[in-house]
Ligand binder design. Structure first.
Ligand code: HEC
Ligand code: HEC
Length: 221
């Protein structure tokens, strides 16, 4: 992925040599580290996974109002800098092996924040201070999730398989359950059977997480 981003950025830099008003023989191409335009930075580095304007694609819509109502700047900055090890979310900061300067990451954080819009109801918080109760979570899953995900999450949209659960963090599960994936037809915390409380969300994540542990215990036997 990083290689693809690099060559795309390089292609843009090269084509800018031919821009009008430039002497292509002597003009230095715009180096990737000098790109300071939010839209360019986002489309070159993020939209492939998070969708055009952060509206969501395969990964969460980090430009959507519900996401921005729960995630603070420190979260967006930290995740962009360091990525999520063990998942497909790359680390972008130069000091963590990525290609973006601190200034570019700040431009991204501010631009993403500017997409925020007020939301009508307050969603459950980004993180929960209490541990989740998996058996409550199992009940919530049965009430609000089986219609699409099947009993115990084993339908066509299978989310309780190790191939899925081993590739995502618990925070991602929580984010998705609160913010939804409207672009794929997955509702947010409100449009389920009934709005999920903080304890409901925490419980479902704890239950999904316990499924991951059970699966990896099976694999290690
Ligand atoms: C109206 C149908 C519907 C309901 C109800 C629903 N989901 Fe989903 N969910 C989806 C769809 C569609 C996807 C996207 C599947 C794909 O990637 O193709 C999805 C994806 C997911 C994912 C994977 C997200 C990712 O991309 O990493 C998780 C986790 C998930 N749902 C959890 C839940 C939980 C927990 C509930 C109940 C609180 C729930 N869903 C309720 C339709 C639904
Ligand atoms: C190759 C795909 C990919 C690219 C490119 C990518 N992301 Fe991500 N991103 C992900 C995935 C997958 C997750 C969820 C990882 C997890 O926690 O399981 C994620 C998570 C995030 C989160 C945290 C969401 C949460 O749960 O709070 C933020 C913020 C984020 N990405 C920002 C960015 C920004 C900004 C860029 C561009 C500079 C970017 N991402 C590029 C795949 C990608």
């Amino acid at each position: 992925m990083k290689r693809a981003v690099l060559s795309f950025a390089a292609a843009i830099a090269l084509s800018s040599c031919d821009a009008p008003g430039r002497h292509s023989a002597e003009a230095a191409p715009i180096r990737p580290a000098e790109v300071a335009d939010f839209a360019t930075l986002f489309s070159q580095n993020c939209s492939g996974c998070h969708g055009k304007d952060g509206q969501g694609a395969l990964a969460v819509g980090i430009g959507r109002p519900v996401y921005l109502a729960i995630a603070d700047d420190a979260t967006i900055r930290g995740t962009t800098e360091s990525g999520r090890p063990g998942t497909s979310m790359p680390a972008f900061a130069q000091r963590t092996g990525g290609m973006l300067t601190e200034a570019q990451i700040e431009i991204l954080v501010r631009g993403i924040r500017n997409w925020a819009k007020p939301v009508e109801e307050n969603p459950p918080a980004y993180t929960s201070s209490r541990p989740g109760d998996p058996s409550r979570g199992h009940d919530v899953f049965a009430a609000s999730c089986t219609s699409c995900h099947g009993k115990d999450g084993r339908s066509a949209i299978a989310i309780t398989e190790s191939s899925y659960l081993s590739l995502v963090t618990d925070q991602h599960l929580r984010t998705v359950i609160i913010a939804g994936l409207p672009q794929l037809g997955m509702p947010d915390w409100r449009s389920n059977n009934k709005p999920l409380s903080d304890a409901d969300v925490t419980g479902v994540v704890a239950w999904l997480s316990s499924q991951r542990e059970a699966l990896s215990a099976q694999l290690n036997h």
